[in-house]
Design a protein around this ligand. Structure first.
Ligand SMILES: NC(=O)c1ccc[n+]([C@@H]2O[C@H](COP(=O)([O-])OP(=O)(O)OC[C@H]3O[C@@H](n4cnc5c(N)ncnc54)[C@H](OP(=O)(O)O)[C@@H]3O)[C@@H](O)[C@H]2O)c1
Length: 298
């Protein structure tokens, strides 16, 4: 799989962005960044009232607010996306930002916990993407941004397994989308943020039951996240400004090819690099055994 996508885009024109989950954090920061470049934004949220204040950023000629819960049925999401397309006639960039960062001991959450986490971070993201794709395929143009996470690479910490798995799944789906959409000149960008100062760190715990054996580790984990809250190293405004640079092919990304993966944050770069190194080391150590299974081997 190529690390870049050499698909020509018209970066000179105003772009129309559809962004999910703009009531807070990265989504809210991205709305501001895109509007500052004079682009047009359809900002969505589960509860419309929570984004009314965004109206102070731009008038209705450049900003449209829309209610969208990404866990609604495909039919509901399709009709919302049709509404979004009708605002300015098309969508150039879909940003699948909405997500939840569940912290949960795996055994306490059970399968139900995994399903609930995947409902938003995987099924919801794909449902919105499926709704947008027919419009982009018709135009032979578009960019899909998938919000992954560094956690998919660095999940040796208790209670992030379900979240990490959901982000690993969406990374893989994003890579497959990039392959399948290339013939239609639709690009995919998978961002992998490190620790950003948003509400994500305090998202709910879906534990179905409490198991005494995990009490201590559960408590330590809670204390760790509480202590980190408000001290995360990365700035959502800076992160989303980079995303706009990359999607628009300007600013700090002006002389770079369009990537498939984009780590955001020094912590993300460190952890993804460390995991890649460990995988290569493991391949090296076991290579003779790994290749020995082929029919063509002696
Ligand atoms: N912050 C980090 O360190 C970090 C690191 C890696 C990846 N990420 C990812 O970045 C994305 C944004 O998170 P954030 O850090 O900005 O946290 P955030 O401030 O809590 O924002 C999450 C957003 O997703 C929305 N959302 C949740 N469930 C939704 C649903 N079913 N339908 C529509 N919107 C929904 C939330 O809306 P409500 O207000 O309605 O709940 C909120 O606007 C997420 O995908 C997260 O996994 C964050």
């Amino acid at each position: 799989m190529a690390i870049t996508q050499d698909i020509p885009q018209d970066n000179s024109s105003t772009k129309v962005w559809l962004i999910t989950g703009t009531s807070s954090g990265m989504g809210r920061a991205l709305v501001k960044s895109a509007l500052e470049r004079n682009d047009k934004v359809i900002a969505t949220a589960r509860v419309l009232e929570q984004i009314q204040d965004l109206r102070s950023l731009a008038d209705s000629s450049r900003l449209y607010l829309m209610q969208l819960d990404i866990t609604d049925s495909q039919d509901v999401i399709n009709s919302k996306v049709t509404e979004a397309v009708e605002v300015w006639g098309h969508i150039d960039v879909l940003v699948n930002n909405a997500g939840t960062g569940v912290k949960m001991i795996l055994e306490e959450g059970g399968v139900e916990g995994i399903i609930r986490q995947f409902k938003t971070n995987v099924f919801g993201v794909m449902a919105v993407t499926y709704a947008v794709l027919p419009h982009m395929r018709r135009r032979l143009s578009g960019t899909i941004v998938i919000t992954g996470s560094r956690s998919a690479f660095a999940n040796e910490f208790p209670s992030v397994g379900t979240y990490a798995a959901s982000k690993a799944a969406i990374h893989a789906l994003g890579e497959s989308l990039a392959t399948e959409l290339r013939p239609f000149s639709i690009r995919v960008l998978i961002i992998q943020p490190g620790s950003f100062r948003t509400d994500c760190i305090m998202h709910p715990n879906y534990a179905q039951k409490k198991i005494k054996d995990y009490q201590e580790v559960d408590q330590k984990t809670k204390s760790f996240f509480l202590a980190l809250n408000g001290k995360q190293p990365n700035d959502p405004a800076r992160g989303m400004d980079i995303v706009v640079d990359v999607v628009r092919g300007e600013g700090r990304a002006a002389d770079k090819p369009f990537p498939l993966w984009l780590a955001l944050g020094a912590d993300a770069v460190r952890d993804i690099r460390a995991k890649a190194t460990r995988i290569v080391e493991s391949l090296d150590v076991y290579q003779d055994l790994s290749v020995a299974v082929g029919y063509d081997q002696p």
